[in-house]
Design a protein around this ligand. Structure first.
Ligand code: SAH
Length: 240
């Protein structure tokens, strides 16, 4: 077995979500998953993210993974041989619910997609770089293509981190208060209401009285009103 495989054969401790991310700049993702909520999710066995260096799967002596585009033009393209070897290796170890490619021309990432994907067991996310990846990888290996928005980044690492973060915080038990993810923006197509903490009065800037009333129904009604108002003002498109 190759070194790269041996390191990554261990399973996620319990029934949580495992995400394998394949990148040619794995160090970009080094510490992202090692803090705060994502670290707690990992420590509690709810989720595990394993980063793979695409270069480990190159068959070339110099570990080359990219090449010039056929037909000419600026920009290098990640080649199919290394990527195929990497994906096949990972597939021989576990079955993936989806093999995802992060790309600006993919389906736009939204909360509903996050909700759906968070119920997966194993996901593989491929990060592109340079001009992108050989189209044949997309045709023959990729089952889902996701864009995080209409702008172009230099690599798929940040997009992969964005998607992983959005999925992991939805797994039951990851957030301290289990209902918390349900009251976030975009669930029910509404933006979240404003939130406040102590002090109740900062230099004369006061927290709305209703939040200090202890009256649960009134507080919930106020939050719903605020949610609707905010959505009407900022994102009326969500209400249609
Ligand atoms: N030539 C490509 C862009 C390449 S950008 C095009 O015009 O579509 C290099 C890599 O960054 C891509 O392969 C992709 O993995 C990632 N990337 C850049 N912007 C992204 C976005 N908005 N969403 C998801 N991935 C993105």
């Amino acid at each position: 077995m190759m070194e790269a495989e041996k390191k990554n054969t261990e399973d996620t401790p319990n029934s949580g979500l495992r995400i394998d991310i394949v990148s040619c700049v794995p160090r970009l993702l080094d510490s992202f998953f090692d803090h705060s909520i994502l670290k707690r999710a990992k420590d509690a066995g709810h989720a595990e993210v394993v980063i793979h260096d695409l270069r480990d799967y190159s068959i070339q002596k110099q570990k080359q993974i990219d090449d010039y585009a056929f037909g000419g033009g600026a920009g290098m393209v990640l080649g199919i041989e290394t990527i195929a070897r990497c994906i096949r290796n990972l597939q021989s170890i576990r079955v993936y619910d989806d093999i995802i490619y992060m790309t600006p021309d993919g389906e736009r990432f939204q909360q509903k997609m996050a909700n759906r994907l968070s119920m997966s067991k194993n996901l593989l996310i491929l990060c592109g770089h340079y001009k992108g990846i050989d189209e044949r990888v997309r045709e023959h290996f990729i089952t889902k293509e996701i864009s995080i928005g209409d702008y172009v980044l230099s690599g798929g690492e940040l997009p992969a981190a964005v998607v992983s973060d959005a999925l992991i915080r939805l797994i039951p038990g990851v957030l301290n208060d289990e209902t918390s993810a349900l009251t976030d923006s975009f669930q029910d197509n509404l933006l979240a209401p404003p939130v406040y903490t102590r002090p109740a009065d900062f230099e004369g800037w006061k927290v709305p009285d209703v939040l200090l009333s202890g009256h649960e129904k009134k507080i919930n009604d106020w939050r719903m009103e605020q949610s609707i108002k905010r959505t009407q003002e900022r994102r009326p498109d969500l209400l249609h």
